[in-house]
Design a protein around this ligand. Structure first.
Ligand code: P6P
Length: 333
């Protein structure tokens, strides 16, 4: 007997709205993001074929010129959001500046910041990639927003989530009442609740995730920390290492299994590679809502005030105890 108790993401969002006595705007934005995710998922899953068609000089079924997937994802999210009347502005990792809602559409009180397709360089080798997003309430009085609306500290987020385009497509989000995961059933085109109330396991899996090719560029303290994890100084034996090189995939494994993902600063990148606004803040809130932690190696990610849209930050995220251990070790001279 198949379980008929199917909770779609739309139903979950509405039930969360009722619990929070929130306005419908908030829910409509999340629902529009879920729609955008389905459209992007279809294109990502056709990437190989689309490329073949593209190389053959064909266009796709809509007669549109075959686009790079990250530009395609950017346009899908923008078009899903520009007319709904709930946003005053957006900011995308693909755009230098913030994006006011066009004059022809009504403006609202929310701000959406997003990385439309992180890790898109991995698509050619069929590695999972992802979309990451955060929702804030506006802080400026400008009808169509200002860049300040997009530079709020992560503690001001109202919602945060990601979509993982992997062996299955999943959408994971929080609105401050836990973390919930939904798996896309392509046969009915619905995200179905598959991972309610995600908590990072404790004790965590003994797994760390970092690109060890940069070992020589790290600080001595960072080098010491990784050596400690390998040796398993705390007596329970050494850690194993997993690194996919696609942030959403590495984070999703860390969220479900525990462990520690790191993208540290190094001599060449004193602020690391990942973006504070588009990547670290949304994932940090999700990690904390699931009982984990996120730091830049010194301070809590969510308390950092971004100074620029594309500001980079070192990132240590995952099991709270391991994040704390990293911060302690890195603070030692
Ligand atoms: P590296 C992908 O290009 C990305 O932006 C993230 O998704 C990923 O975590 C990181 O870069 C990998 O960077 O330097 O290890 O190749």
């Amino acid at each position: 007997m198949t379980d008929t108790h199917i909770v779609t993401i739309e139903r979950h969002i509405i039930e969360e709205e009722r619990r929070r006595r929130a306005s419908g705007s908030f829910s409509n934005i999340l629902t529009d993001m879920a729609l955008a995710a389905k459209v992007i998922s279809r294109q990502v899953n056709m990437a190989g074929l689309v490329d073949i068609l593209g190389k053959a000089g064909h266009s796709n079924v809509q007669g549109e010129e075959v686009q790079k997937l990250d530009i395609f994802a950017q346009n899908v999210i923008y078009r899903a959001m520009d007319h709904n009347g709930h946003l005053c502005c957006m900011a995308s990792e693909e755009f230098e500046d913030f994006i006011p809602i066009p004059e022809k559409f009504p403006a609202g009180d929310y701000v959406l910041v997003f990385d439309p397709l992180d890790g898109s360089s991995n698509i050619d080798v069929n590695v999972s990639i992802g979309t990451i997003f955060s929702l804030y309430r506006r802080v400026s009085d400008e009808e169509r927003g200002t860049v300040e609306d997009c530079l709020q500290p992560g503690i001001r987020q109202l919602a945060a989530g990601y979509v993982l385009y992997g062996s299955s497509t999943m959408m994971v989000y929080t609105t401050g009442r836990g973390v919930h995961g939904f798996t896309l059933d392509p046969s009915i085109g619905e995200f179905i609740l598959s991972h309610p109330e995600i908590r990072i396991p404790d004790p965590p899996s003994r797994c760390y995730s970092v690109n060890e090719a940069y070992h020589e560029r790290w600080s001595p303290a960072m080098q010491r920390f990784i050596e400690e994890l390998k040796r398993g100084d705390s007596g329970e034996g050494g850690f194993s290492s997993r690194y996919i090189g696609s942030l959403v995939a590495d984070f999703h494994r860390t969220l479900l299994k525990g462990g520690l993902f790191m993208y540290p600063a190094d001599r060449r990148s004193p602020n690391g590679k990942l973006r504070l606004v588009y990547e670290a803040n949304p994932l940090a809130w999700i990690a904390e809502q699931a009982g984990g932690g996120a730091s830049d190696g010194r301070e809590r990610i969510l308390e950092r005030k971004p100074s620029g849209l594309h500001e980079r930050t070192p990132l240590f995220i995952g099991s709270a105890g391991l994040v704390e251990r990293a911060v302690e070790t890195l603070s030692e001279i």
